[in-house]
Design a protein around this ligand. Structure first.
Ligand code: ARG
Length: 461
């Protein structure tokens, strides 16, 4: 097949090279960005007197046809065309003739791919941010329902202090808020137009980069052409942002997996979002959170892959950069489906309040409250209070009960300063509600956080 760049070549490219060199199998995903970019470029060329109004009109018409051919599945993507840029331009020229051949004036595939890929990444940043918001909405709704549902808060995966389940879920809402902000700040930083940088050094044609930037909704024009055609920071950023998002999702997934086990039984995934075993008829497996946790690994790999491709690349464009797309497409699609399925799995998950409350009767969750009581009501220094409480815990262990169930006389026998009113400080509910410091788990503070997130979600909708 005759190549657009074949002028200086005497022999045809080998088909092995064609397969190895092509990106058309995957970069066709960028067809919309490519066509819109070409139309904006043509409009600018016309405004600058480089194309006639007639030529522009036929480019616009031809591109509309190309677009509809692609969207109806009629467009023929041929490996010999190498990439989508050349396939689309070639088809345009077949449809409209000579005007199509003028489109590439004052541009190169280097700024063209930088434009298409950057616009795809910018669009995905905002789509993913929006999808995260819908998951956040679900999480905040669950939190509202469970602001008084007692749950053992853990450190080292050991019972630590009682919290409520809503508060626990809001920890994830907080992580997701940071994720949203990362995607949004990446848009703000990278919303810069590369088109017009041409191959590496700019162009002698009298172009107007401000105009194409405006037509394509960029905030501004890139500063340095050499940097622009080789910059893939925007792609690394989305890969990092997705990695961090998936890391958060994987932590929540891990908890759902644990909570679904017979050892915990805190939640049950709906049948719709659970799977069975091919051999063990009784099994109900949490494949959804397991896959979310597992996919995180591949997403990290995509980030490491592109960081490695970019490392040590000399300026400016190098073909290595063509390796930027598949990992980004993969991570973006993974993030999109992960957010969607996570939202549905959460919405349909049963929360077993009783089992959470029963678990709170194990592990002496209110031990810190006894120490706090000794400090506040008996004037005991905290270190000493810690020691006395340790004795009380040991006594409860001997009696085979939880500290929240111990009788007053047992405590009084350990330290005379302990009065009868101590008992109410040891209840699990009291312990949870006692943590009223800002950002704490007490119901009032949990409700405050819910209001904060409600407000945040309202503002951004
Ligand atoms: N298919 C190429 C890519 O994805 C487009 C840019 C090619 N430029 C070049 N000078 N070979 O990176």
């Amino acid at each position: 097949m005759e190549k657009m760049w074949s002028g200086r070549f005497a022999q045809d490219a080998s088909s092995l090279l064609e397969h190895f060199n092509a990106s058309i199998m995957f970069d066709q995903k960028l067809y919309r960005e490519d066509i819109e970019g070409s139309i904006a470029h043509a409009q600018m060329l016309c405004a600058q007197g480089i194309l006639t109004a007639q030529e522009l009109a036929s480019i616009e018409e031809g591109m509309a046809q190309v677009l509809s051919e692609i969207e109806s599945g009629k467009f023929e993507w041929k490996i010999g065309d190498e990439d989508l840029h050349m396939a689309i331009e070639k088809r345009l020229t077949t449809i409209i003739g000579d005007a199509g051949k003028k489109l590439h004036t004052a541009r190169s595939r280097n700024d063209q791919v930088a434009l298409d890929f950057r616009r795809y990444v910018l669009r995905k940043n905002s789509e993913i941010a929006l999808a995260i918001k819908t998951v956040m909405r679900t999480i905040v709704d669950i939190a509202r329902e469970h602001a008084t549902t007692l749950l053992p808060g853990m450190t080292h995966l050991q019972h630590a202090q009682p919290i409520n389940f809503g508060f626990h879920m809001l920890a994830y809402a907080t992580m997701l808020k940071r994720d949203i902000e990362r995607f949004e700040s990446s848009i703000a930083r990278n919303n810069v137009s590369p088109i017009g940088c041409a191959a590496l050094a700019g162009t002698p044609h009298n172009i107007n980069r401000e105009m194409t930037a405006k037509l394509l909704n960029f905030d501004s024009v890139s500063i340095n052409c050499l940097d622009t055609v080789s910059d893939r920071d925007f792609a690394l950023e989305i890969l990092f942002n997705i990695s961090t998002l998936m890391m958060h999702i994987s932590r929540l997934s891990e908890e759902i997996i644990l909570w679904s086990s017979y050892e915990f039984r805190f939640v049950e995934l709906s049948d719709e979002y659970s799977t069975g075993s091919s051999i063990m008829p009784q099994k109900k497996n949490p494949d959804v959170p397991e896959l979310l946790r597992g996919k995180t690994g591949r997403v990290y790999g995509n980030l490491m892959g592109l960081l490695t491709v970019m490392k040590g690349l000399p300026l400016a464009y190098n073909k290595d950069t063509q390796e930027d797309k598949e990992g980004v497409f993969d991570s973006v699609e993974t993030a999109e489906i992960s957010l969607e399925i996570l939202r549905e799995a959460l919405k349909t998950m049963t929360i077993k309040k009783e089992n959470m409350a029963n678990a709170c009767k194990l592990g002496h969750l209110s031990a810190t409250d006894l120490a706090d009581y000794l400090v506040e009501h008996c004037g005991v220094p905290f270190r000493e209070a810690h020691f006395i409480t340790g004795k009380a815990v040991a006594r409860a262990e001997t009696l085979g009960i939880d500290l929240s169930e111990i009788e007053y006389k047992e405590l009084h026998a350990i330290d005379e300063r302990i009065k009868e009113d101590v008992i109410r400080y040891l209840s699990i509910e009291h312990s949870m509600n006692a943590r009223t410091s800002q950002g704490g788990t007490a119901e009032v503070r949990t409700l405050e956080q819910i209001i904060y997130f409600d407000h945040y979600l309202q503002e951004i909708q």
